[in-house]
Design a protein around this ligand. Structure first.
Ligand SMILES: [Mg+2]
Length: 215
């Protein structure tokens, strides 16, 4: 079946809010007296907020009640959202606009498939909301990547079967989710992270649509 649609991850593919996530988690970790650095932050790539908090706390997770976990997730998100206020169109990654334009020019439908509950805020700040025919985000499904749910939800919004969808992802968990969904998968990043994808490019800018579409 010919490819009809692309489902794009947001963070790490179209923009990079990793730095804001790092600063927000770091502030929370400092307040809780938990060691946290950029290396530990790498483990949180493409991971849900709850799982991120569990990874950040490590063995100390047992010291906290469910209520305290909820409060910390809210606190981190508050810090993150205040950082997001400063996002503009300049925060699109190199090649992101060209990728979107290239897909539109080929008459392909496009959706976002992101774990982030802030997806709509970020798209709005970037000024690209209108470009998308569907938005599947952290509010759309309960099971996070590597469950395939967010991509299946996006395909449903577009009315396109999974086998006619391409996913573009920068996280190992997202690549796994896309493969499980039965979608052609494009990994953005190093071999050791996204090497399981059908196609792999070092950056969004390097993505070759002709190669992916076999033209
Ligand atoms: Mg990502």
């Amino acid at each position: 079946m010919p490819i009809q649609a692309f489902i794009l991850d947001l963070d790490g593919v179209l923009t990079d809010t990793a730095e804001y996530h790092f600063r927000a988690w770091k502030r929370l970790a400092d307040e809780e007296g938990v060691p946290f650095d950029r290396r530990a932050n790498e483990e949180l790539r493409g991971v849900s907020r709850r799982r991120s908090l569990e990874l950040l706390l490590g063995q100390r997770v047992a010291d906290y009640s469910e209520e305290q976990m909820e409060e910390m997730m809210d606190r981190k998100n508050g810090y993150y959202q205040s950082f997001l206020e400063s996002i503009t169109g300049d925060d699109l990654l190199p090649g992101a606009r060209e990728l979107i334009d290239g897909l539109k020019r080929r008459g392909l439908r496009i959706a976002i498939g992101s774990a982030s509950k802030n997806t709509r805020i970020v798209l709005g700040k970037l000024g690209i909301t209108e470009a998308f025919d569907g938005i599947a985000d952290g509010h759309s499904v309960t099971r996070a990547k590597p469950a395939p749910d967010v991509f299946i939800h996006a395909a449903g919004q577009l009315g396109v079967p999974a086998v006619a969808c391409v996913v573009v992802e920068d996280a190992a968990s997202g690549v796994e989710a896309a493969l499980t969904a039965g979608m052609l998968t494009v990994g953005i990043g190093p071999q050791e992270r996204v090497g399981n994808a059908h196609f792999r490019y070092n950056s969004t800018e390097d993505t070759d649509l002709n190669e992916i579409l076999g033209c």
